[in-house]
Design a binder for this molecule. Structure first.
Ligand SMILES: [Zn+2]
Length: 86
């Protein structure tokens, strides 16, 4: 199943500034946006509580980042240097 990942953070005034971290949400494909969104970390937000972001700006939610699926598992995480070369 394909999901879209979107980013959002609580609007100013809904939570303390230190808790305005950017959460990651999985949206089902299609045009229907659920009324309540639950972030990957489990935090849930209702209508009018979230600021939608196209990119992660500011402090990310670490719990969400840990749970974010790897976008493309085919891509190597890092370049492997050959071992034992002079
Ligand atoms: Zn989160």
């Amino acid at each position: 199943m394909t999901v879209r990942l979107v980013f959002g953070r609580p609007l100013p005034g809904t939570v303390g500034e230190t808790r305005r971290v950017v959460h990651v949400f999985e949206l089902p494909t299609g045009d229907v946006v659920p009324e309540r969104l639950t972030a990957l970390c489990g935090s849930a937000f209702g209508p009018g509580e979230l600021e939608h972001l196209d990119l992660i700006q500011g402090m990310p939610c670490v719990s969400c980042l840990r749970r974010t699926p790897t976008p493309d598992p085919e891509l190597p995480a890092g370049r492997q240097e050959p071992q034992g070369q002079p």
